[in-house]
Design a protein around this ligand. Sequence first.
Ligand code: DAH
Length: 341
Amino acid sequence: MKEQLSKIRTEALAAFSSAQTAAELDALRVQYLGKKGELTAVLKQMGRLSAEERPVMGQMANEVRTVLEQALEKTGARLEEAALEERLKAETVDVTVPGKAQKIGRKHPMYIALDEIKDIFVGMGFTVLDGPEIELATYNFDKLNAEEGHPSRDWSDTFYFDKDSRVMLRSQTSPMQVRAMETMELPIRIIAPGRVYRKDEVDATHSPMFHQVEGMVIDKGVTMADLKGTLNTVIEKLYGEGTVTRFRPHHFPFTEPSCEMDIQCHKCGGRGCPTCKGEGWIEVLGAGMIHPNVLRMSGIDPEEYSGWAFGMGLERMAMGRFKIADLRLIFENDVRFLEQF
Ligand code: DAH
């Protein structure tokens, strides 16, 4: 039995070291150490030994097993390393092959225009605010002096969430005026860009979702001259020096007096063309002096403070800035269009 064990040991070690692949080595492991392997077969004969011989043989068998297991492990590691080496040799990378160019995205034209607008206002000391698109009618209408029954509150114009018309998708960014008045210290200088929603059909100038930039200044002694001066400065910075604007009287519930501002058509220079629908002018924003009721409802004394506000259509500003003829191009996200900016 002793001879059998040492024969297995010698043979197995020789076989292991001549194995060429991991699969070959595994087959040898089964052959020598497996359940039906040669070593196990020898151990099964232990029963025939005397009580003195048994532990001696047992110990020897264990030693052989340990030696073989260690040899297996070593050889296995060596084969694995060799296989890796082979693979690396076979898979050499040709670093001179041209790479795949990644297409890099770019800023959307409307956000380019918005960033320019923000920069101009921040440069004049304004803070940029962000606010909720799901808004309370309290902020969107009541505290802006648009009472129950005002036409803008109609179900046919506004996306309400509830039967009582108290929760809605904001139809304008003007509620940010109220939110600013309620939370900020005076004097206030803010702009608040964001999405607004109205039940409009999609066409070349309308979309049920569009963007506005709200602006508001409240301080002591603020006048309509400040409003005109500020907005003219902004327009010249955006559209170039000498851009002609005009202010027309208008009505908004939250301003008194109210106006709309037009810029002279960039396409025809005021003569009248399809872009300005023959008018020579393009309306870009509504504005006015904040109504005393609005100031009072948000806890500001209109005898002490005055202010002005405006709300501009961001798509319209971008269309003018980049001479885009159709609003739908702004939302379709066709890369052939977007790549031009
Ligand atoms: N919220 C108005 C609209 O959506 C625009 C507007 C007009 C905003 C006058 C103002 C303002 O802040 O003073 O049509």
